[in-house]
Design a protein around this ligand. Structure first.
Ligand SMILES: Cc1ncc(COP(=O)(O)O)c(C=O)c1O
Length: 376
């Protein structure tokens, strides 16, 4: 049997990983500023994480949501504390798309409506409704096309106001990334997020903050959206949550009252997933990783802005986009194959930095040195 060939692969096999470094099968070391797509939040093979998962596996790895799982309660409590939303409720699932799918469904159950407002450049996942609110027709199969989705220009308050004025009583939810990831590290402005909040309030629509990539402390705040000073109704999260263990969740405002059977999943919130998520939160808290993300992010952004070849540096904390001119489109590959540094990308010429939140200053400098060599 062959693999279904949907991924363009780099010819690298990773056999070992520790902190912000990985090694390939030939023993070559790489600095990892990509974290397998913003997933590695507390560093690869963090000792506390390995210990907590191993200990849990030796007790019980999985049971379904037909029994009590005290680890879920512990996780909800910790997440409430670390995210600054102790009164919110947690539903656990397995991936970012699934988190968004559930958030949209919850919104529609809540107000009985069908229309969703999403934005140009958005990426929310590949399952049915998540892909329907994603602005990429190439990955939307005919069966996923959904006439209930309204796409508006990103950060366009006037367009949002006009849409609510015309169809406000039909809109179930507005879904927005705090910083668009796949869209090229483009931040939703404070005013825009405040406008979403006030229009959702005025029309009883649900504000869904897709925090799958920009959340979990990456920008220095637990949810990057919260820098606008207003709270969302539902936050979706995944990537950094399990440091590589597939676990996702939605944090739900107390105004939503659940009923049995409303949402559900077999694997979501299993013992191992909760152990992974708890280990991550414990490290984020104990090692003050949100603060580190903010400080190192500020440092990297300031240094990157000094390169005159760079068209624009965008983002916040350790979610950084470096927009390069067309003639420097090779830089990402050169970083990987000449300097052994993993970075992410966004089309057409944006390098994305999504490292672990405990990246060290020396490692940031290692990258800046390599980047500087390539700029020459
Ligand atoms: C903002 C955002 N939402 C949702 C998703 C989908 O997450 P997953 O791939 O875990 O389904 C992604 C993945 O890149 C994302 O960046």
């Amino acid at each position: 049997m062959n693999l279904f060939d949907v991924y363009p692969l780099n010819d690298i096999t990773i056999t070992k990983a520790s902190g912000s470094y990985v090694w390939d099968a030939d023993g070559q070391q790489y600095l990892d500023l990509y974290g397998g797509h913003a997933v590695i939040s507390i560093g690869h093979t963090h000792p506390h994480y390995v210990q907590r998962l191993t200990a849990q596996l030796n007790k019980v790895g999985f049971y379904s949501n037909s029994v009590k799982i005290p680890l879920q309660v512990e996780l909800a409590k910790k997440l409430g504390e670390v995210s600054g939303k102790p009164d919110f409720q947690l539903f656990l699932c397995n991936s970012g798309a699934e988190a968004n799918e559930n958030a949209l469904k919850l919104a529609s159950f809540y107000n009985g409506r069908k229309k969703i407002v999403a934005f140009r450049g958005a990426f929310h996942g590949r399952t049915s409704l998540a892909v329907a609110v994603t602005d990429n027709p190439k990955i939307v199969a005919p069966v996923n096309e959904n006439s209930n989705v309204i796409f508006l220009p990103h950060n366009d308050e006037a367009a949002l106001e006009a849409t609510f004025a015309a169809q406000g009583n039909e809109i179930a939810a507005v879904i927005v990334e705090g910083i668009q990831g796949v869209g090229g590290i483009r931040e939703a402005s404070k005013n825009f997020l405040q406008k979403i909040r006030s229009l959702c309030d005025a029309h009883n629509a649900v504000y869904i903050a897709d925090s799958v990539q920009c959340g979990y402390g990456r920008t220095g705040l637990f949810y990057s959206h919260d820098y606008a000073g207003v709270s969302a109704d539902v936050y979706t999260m995944a990537k950094g949550m399990g440091n590589g263990f597939p676990v996702a969740g939605i944090s739900i405002s107390p105004k939503f009252k659940p009923w049995h059977g409303e949402l559900g999943t077999t694997f979501g919130g299993n013992h191992l997933a909760c152990a992974a998520a708890l280990a991550v939160l414990e490290i984020i808290e104990q090692d003050q990783l949100m603060q580190n993300a903010q400080e190192l992010g500020d440092y990297l952004i300031a240094e990157l802005n000094k390169f005159e070849q760079v068209k624009e540096v965008r983002g916040r904390g350790l979610m950084i986009g470096i927009e390069l001119p067309e003639e420097l489109a090779h830089v990402k590959k050169d970083l990987l194959f000449k300097h052994h540094i993993f970075t992410g990308e966004a089309k057409p010429n944006v390098i994305r930095l999504l490292p672990a939140l405990n990246l060290k200053k020396e490692q940031a400098d290692e990258f800046l040195l390599a980047f500087s060599a390539l700029m020459k």
